[in-house]
Design a protein around this ligand. Structure first.
Ligand SMILES: [Zn+2]
Length: 74
C-alpha cells in the first residue's frame, strides 16, 4: 500500500514489539506497513520469514534472561 505521506516524509514508525535488545518490530502509523531490524541492524520489511526468525530470537532471548536471573538468585 503506497502512502503519499510516507513517500514524502518517510514512514512514521512506532515500536510494536521488542524482540531482543537489538531487534524490534515496527509499524508505520500512516500506511500500517510493518518493519523489523535485521541481523545487521538495518530496517527491513517484516516478512513472514522475518516474523518466524524474530519469534525464535525472542524465545532464545527470554531463556537467556531467565537463566541470568536464576544465577543471580543462587
Ligand atoms: Zn508508512
Amino acid at each position: 500500500m503506497k502512502n503519499i505521506y510516507c513517500s514524502f516524509f518517510g514512514h512514521d514508525l512506532e515500536v510494536t514489539k521488542k524482540v531482543t535488545y537489538y531487534v524490534k518490530e515496527f509499524m508505520c502509523q500512516q500506511c500500517h506497513e510493518q518493519f523489523t531490524t535485521d541481523e545487521s541492524g538495518n530496517l527491513t520489511k517484516l516478512t513472514p520469514q522475518y516474523r518466524e526468525i524474530n519469534s525464535v530470537l525472542e524465545k532464545i532471548h527470554n531463556k537467556k534472561i531467565r537463566r541470568k536471573s536464576l544465577k543471580a538468585v543462587s
